[in-house]
Every structure is written in structure tokens, then in C-alpha cells.
Design a protein around this ligand. Structure first.
Ligand SMILES: *[C@@H]1O[C@H](CO)[C@@H](O)[C@H](O)[C@H]1NC(C)=O
Ligand SMILES: *[C@@H]1O[C@H](CO)[C@@H](O)[C@H](O)[C@H]1NC(C)=O
Ligand SMILES: *[C@@H]1O[C@H](CO)[C@@H](O)[C@H](O)[C@H]1NC(C)=O
Ligand SMILES: *[C@@H]1O[C@H](CO)[C@@H](O)[C@H](O)[C@H]1NC(C)=O
Ligand SMILES: *[C@@H]1O[C@H](CO)[C@@H](O)[C@H](O)[C@H]1NC(C)=O
Ligand SMILES: *[C@@H]1O[C@H](CO)[C@@H](O)[C@H](O)[C@H]1NC(C)=O
Ligand SMILES: *[C@@H]1O[C@H](CO)[C@@H](O)[C@H](O)[C@H]1NC(C)=O
Ligand SMILES: *[C@@H]1O[C@H](CO)[C@@H](O)[C@H](O)[C@H]1NC(C)=O
Ligand SMILES: *[C@@H]1O[C@H](CO)[C@@H](O)[C@H](O)[C@H]1NC(C)=O
Ligand SMILES: *[C@@H]1O[C@H](CO)[C@@H](O)[C@H](O)[C@H]1NC(C)=O
Length: 472
């Protein structure tokens, strides 16, 4: 016993002093042709901690508008499409139908038998345009996380219940974004877009976190939406590995606002045009010649009685209790002490940062009336005001709720010009799991077309307006 301990103490890990990095033999990896072995590649962003300017775009008229003109759209006819050609595999007895392609490697799958070398580059216009959008998301997150650290002092973080260590952690999240931006840039090549100038809506730490919750939700859902549709499975593989970290960031921001970290079992994917619609209002200008975005900008849908997560009673939220007019502007945080849940330490009301809180009164609930207003198309939005909102939909009739793996429609009661209301639906994904919770996407539509996660983008021609709501 004693001898063993002595051995441990002399030669084992217990007493080993940390070695300087230069003494540790490099792990042997074969460097790709043309690159230097050993040193890690540099990041794409000019200076991940450096200052960038912020604020709205100052010129009133744009030099270019709308997406880059492309070849004519091939019209899609939708009268009961057939299932995909591989859609007939059904294994009824557990016996394999095909020979193994390699030892312990059953037949099927893509890229698992060494017949092709992986190529980590986009492989089609669809891939390219999707990753360009994803890169814009990485760039704004990089800027937004750094900006939070720069704008708010240690004391302001403390007042919101967050420590200096949390603030340091936020900086760390910005470096994760620099890494993601680098990865995506490399998968696009030299025409990859560059970082832009952003215009943010928040003035307090709570509002900042509220905005981050929405922005990281559409970033995450935006990526989930296209990953399995990409031609390049290699690109998709790397994006999943980046997105796994972004999903954690999203959860952290919910915890910082004292919300339940993940009150759902699934996270929905959204079409690229939904992602671009939500993101564009916060980009004020992009560098000259920046690659343009191919996706659609829908008119904005505003939830007039958006529940305020800073209230002890979110159901008491007054209309327009948000800091500004844009689609994801956060709820106001300057409430009076009895109204605010931030310094209320009573269980069920406390919304200070925590791993998990129980809120006695949920932010929203099935049967809650949701009041909506939406813009008409034709508004200039996005970088340099050079994109224009459009819709191909007819008269608005439904509200589509996208959350978890469900798309649910509720009837829209139109009450006036671009105004109406609906009820929050009570449906469940599986028994006991409410379909609507967390940050959900709402669209006003002209139809209740049946769609599932893999064919959701077929909703776009039916969308009148698009919004986002923290439902719990
Ligand atoms: C190897 O995988 C590819 C698809 O990635 C497939 O086309 C090919 O048939 C497979 N080869 C064998 C021997 O199964
Ligand atoms: C957008 O506006 C900025 C600032 O006015 C300008 O520097 C930039 O070249 C413009 N970008 C495009 C794509 O026109
Ligand atoms: C933008 O493109 C034009 C035309 O190709 C070129 O003359 C100009 O130098 C480019 N500007 C930048 C900043 O790259
Ligand atoms: C929510 O507020 C509405 C309007 O004030 C009220 O009618 C309703 O009873 C409230 N519901 C709950 C569950 O508090
Ligand atoms: C909160 O700020 C808004 C403007 O942003 C102002 O209209 C409102 O009166 C303020 N409320 C309180 C309680 O200070
Ligand atoms: C928290 O808010 C609830 C509801 O308004 C109230 O009953 C309770 O006394 C408050 N607790 C504290 C510690 O302020
Ligand atoms: C939190 O809420 C759950 C479900 O509503 C309940 O079962 C649990 O007892 C609550 N926890 C505390 C500490 O109040
Ligand atoms: C959403 O989740 C929270 C936290 O678990 C819960 O309190 C709330 O009741 C849920 N909302 C619905 C509609 O069930
Ligand atoms: C929600 O999605 C699940 C899984 O696709 C499905 O079984 C269920 O019927 C859907 N529920 C509603 C209300 O759409
Ligand atoms: C979407 O997919 C579902 C099957 O999951 C199918 O029933 C539905 O018809 C499809 N919708 C359209 C518009 O093709």
C-alpha cells in the first residue's frame, strides 16, 4: 500500500508539474498540402476583441435592392409529390438485405466506405447561399458577445445578478464565434461575405440577454433548418459540430434571464428566408461588394402583447412593452420594484440568473389571446437598406406556430388593417409535452398547408408576415 503510494508520488501523475507547451511532443497529424504543420491556423476575423462601430444605416436610399438576380425560378407544382426513391426500406426481421461494404459496416449510408475523399466545401448554389447566411449569423454573434462585454460594466452585470466570471465567459463565447466564422469562411472560399456594422436595440443587461435569447434561437434554428438539405454532407458535419456549441450558448442566455433552460424536447428548424427576415433588421451596413443574400425578407409580424420575462406576472404585460419597433426588440427592463421579478427572491417569482427556476406564472399559456399586427410588403430592410420585404401570400387567414417538431395553425381573427388576434394552441408533441414553449416562431399565413420538419420551407409562398415570441 505504502509502496504503491510512493511510486505514485515519484513517477506518477500526482506530482508531475505542468509542462511548458514546447516540451510536449506535438500530436502527429498530417498537415494538408501547402500548410505548415504544427501551428494552428489563424482566425478569419480582423480582431476578435477590437472595437467596431454600431448604429443605424445613415443614408436613406439604397444603391442596390433585392436579392442578386438569378436564373428564372423553376415553378414547383404541389399536387401530391411521390416519396423519395429510397423511401421503401423496411426491415421487418432485423436481417440485413445488402452485403457489408467494409467489416462491421452494413450497406447504405453516404461516405462511409472510403470510396471518396471528403471535401469540406459547399457543393451547390443552395449550399453556398445557406452557408453565406450562416456566416452572417456567426459574424453578428461575434460582434454582439464582444459588444456586451464592452458596453456593460462589471457593476451593470452584478446588478443583473451576473458575476465578473460570467462576463469573462461571455468573452469566451465571442472567441467561439470567431472560430465558427473562420470555419464557415473556409468552406465558402474567397467570395465569403465579410463582417458588417450592426445596430442593436438594448440599453440594459437584461434587455441584452433577452435579445441574445432570440438571436441565438434563430441562429440555431436557421442552421438546423438547412443542414440535412445540403448537398455537401462534409459541410453539414462540420456545421453540426459548431451548432452544438451555439445551442449551449442559447441555453446559457435563457438561464441568465432566469428562464427554464430548455422547456421543450426538440428544437425546430426554420427556412433560410425566416432566418434572414429576423436577422436583417439588425444589420445596418455591409462592406462594398459583400456577397448578397439570396433569401426572402418577409414583412414583420409584431406580437403586441409579448410577455415580459422581467415581470413577476408576465400576463400583466401591457401592449408594446418592448424597447423598439423591430421584430426581435427585447422587453423593457425598467420596471418598478414590485413589478420586477429580478430581485424578488420568493420561489416561483425569482428570475435572477440560475440553472433552473420554477415560475409560478408561466410567460404564456394555452388559450392566451395573442394580439398581432403586421407590416405591408415593400419596406427596405437589412444592410444598406438594400433588401425589400415581399410576400406571395393571399389574404391572411391563419397563424402558424412553429416549435419543437410541430407546425400548428390557429385561425386568425382579423380585426382591422394588418391587425388581428389568435389563441395560443393547447396541442402537445407527445402526451404531456406542450408543443408551444420556449422561443417560438409565428407566421401569419394564407393557408393551413400540412407540413412537417423536412418539407417546412414549402410554407414560404404562404407567409404574409413573420415574428418571434418568448412563450416560456
Ligand atoms: C460506398 O459508398 C457510396 C456512397 O457514399 C456508394 O455509392 C457505393 O456503392 C458504396 N460502395 C460499396 C462497395 O458499398
Ligand atoms: C453600405 O454603406 C456603407 C456606408 O455608407 C458603404 O461604405 C458600403 O460600401 C455600402 N455597401 C454596399 C454593399 O453598398
Ligand atoms: C468592388 O467591385 C468593383 C468592381 O468589380 C471594384 O472596382 C472595387 O474595387 C471593389 N471594391 C472593393 C472594396 O473591393
Ligand atoms: C391573463 O390576463 C387576462 C387579461 O388581463 C385575464 O383575463 C386572464 O384571466 C389572465 N390569465 C391568467 C392565467 O392569469
Ligand atoms: C421605462 O422606459 C421607457 C422608455 O424606454 C419609458 O417610457 C417608461 O416610462 C420607463 N418606465 C419606468 C417605470 O421607468
Ligand atoms: C414576489 O412577488 C410576489 C407576487 O407579486 C409577491 O407575493 C412576493 O411577496 C414577492 N416577494 C418578494 C421577496 O418581494
Ligand atoms: C417546480 O415545479 C414542478 C412542476 O410544476 C413541481 O413538481 C416542483 O415541486 C416545483 N419545485 C419547487 C422547488 O417548487
Ligand atoms: C413551459 O415550460 C415551463 C417550464 O417548465 C412551464 O412552467 C410552462 O407551464 C410551460 N408552458 C406550457 C404551455 O405548458
Ligand atoms: C406533432 O408532431 C408529432 C411528430 O411528428 C406528431 O406525431 C403529432 O401528431 C404532431 N402534433 C400536432 C398537434 O401537430
Ligand atoms: C409534407 O410532408 C408530409 C409528410 O411528412 C406530407 O404529408 C405533406 O403532404 C407534405 N406537404 C407538401 C405541401 O408537400
Amino acid at each position: 500500500m505504502l509502496r504503491n503510494l510512493a511510486i505514485l508520488a515519484c513517477g506518477g501523475l500526482a506530482l508531475a508539474a505542468p509542462k511548458p507547451a514546447t516540451d510536449i511532443p506535438a500530436i502527429s497529424t498530417k498537415a494538408p498540402r501547402g500548410s505548415e504543420a504544427g501551428a494552428a491556423p489563424t482566425r478569419v476575423s480582423p480582431d476578435p476583441t477590437g472595437p467596431t462601430t454600431h448604429g443605424p444605416y445613415s443614408l436613406s436610399s439604397a444603391t442596390t435592392t433585392g436579392p442578386e438576380p438569378g436564373p428564372t425560378t423553376v415553378l414547383l407544382k404541389n399536387d401530391g409529390p411521390p416519396a423519395a426513391p429510397t423511401g421503401n426500406y423496411y426491415n421487418e426481421n432485423g436481417k440485413f438485405e445488402a452485403p457489408f461494404q467494409l467489416p462491421f459496416t452494413p450497406g447504405g449510408g453516404k461516405g462511409v466506405n472510403g470510396s471518396n475523399t471528403p471535401r469540406y466545401m459547399v457543393e451547390s448554389d443552395y449550399d453556398y447561399a445557406s452557408v453565406v447566411l450562416g456566416l452572417h449569423q456567426e459574424f453578428i454573434e461575434l460582434d454582439l458577445f464582444n459588444h456586451g462585454v464592452a458596453k456593460f460594466s462589471e457593476q451593470e452585470f452584478l446588478d443583473a445578478g451576473l458575476t465578473a466570471e460570467d462576463r469573462t465567459f461571455l468573452s469566451y463565447m465571442a472567441t467561439q464565434e470567431a472560430d465558427h466564422a473562420t470555419l464557415l469562411t473556409n468552406m465558402l472560399g474567397e467570395s465569403a461575405p465579410k463582417q458588417c456594422i450592426y445596430d442593436y436595440p438594448f440599453t440594459t443587461v437584461r434587455e441584452y440577454i433577452d435579445f441574445n435569447i432570440k438571436l441565438t434561437r434563430w441562429g440555431e434554428s436557421g442552421n438546423w433548418g438547412f443542414l440535412s438539405h445540403l448537398d455537401s454532407r462534409e459541410v453539414s458535419t462540420l456545421l453540426v459540430q459548431a451548432e452544438a456549441v451555439e445551442a449551449r450558448q442559447q441555453m446559457i442566455f435563457r438561464q441568465w434571464l432566469g428562464l427554464h433552460p430548455m422547456p421543450f424536447s426538440f428544437v425546430p428548424g426554420i427556412p433560410q428566408s425566416w432566418h434572414w427576415t429576423l436577422l436583417a433588421p439588425y444589420i445596418s451596413s455591409c462592406p462594398e461588394n459583400n456577397t448578397r443574400i439570396a433569401w426572402q425578407n418577409f414583412p414583420q409580424l409584431t406580437i403586441d402583447n409579448l410577455p415580459n420575462p422581467n415581470r413577476v406576472s408576465p400576463n400583466d404585460t401591457k401592449t408594446d412593452e418592448v424597447v423598439g419597433p423591430r421584430v426581435a426588440d427585447p422587453s423593457t427592463s425598467n420596471l418598478t420594484a414590485p413589478e420586477s421579478c429580478l430581485h424578488n427572491t420568493t420561489l416561483g417569482y425569482d428570475c435572477a440568473p440560475a440553472i433552473a427556476h420554477n415560475r409560478s406564472e408561466p410567460l404564456t399559456f394555452p388559450g392566451r389571446k395573442v394580439f398581432l399586427s403586421w407590416e405591408s410588403p415593400g419596406k427596405p430592410v437589412g444592410p444598406n437598406n438594400s433588401y425589400v420585404t415581399t410576400t406571395a401570400a393571399g389574404a391572411p387567414r391563419f397563424v402558424a406556430w412553429l416549435s419543437q417538431i410541430n407546425l400548428t395553425y390557429t385561425p386568425l381573427e382579423v380585426t382591422g388593417q394588418n391587425k388581428g388576434w389568435t389563441w395560443q394552441p393547447p396541442n402537445e408533441v407527445y402526451v404531456g409535452d406542450p408543443a408551444v414553449n420556449g422561443t417560438v416562431f409565428l407566421a401569419v399565413t394564407d393557408s393551413d398547408l400540412y407540413l412537417t420538419p423536412f418539407n417546412l420551407s414549402l410554407i414560404n409562398p404562404h407567409v404574409n408576415a413573420l415574428g418571434i415570441m418568448i412563450a416560456g
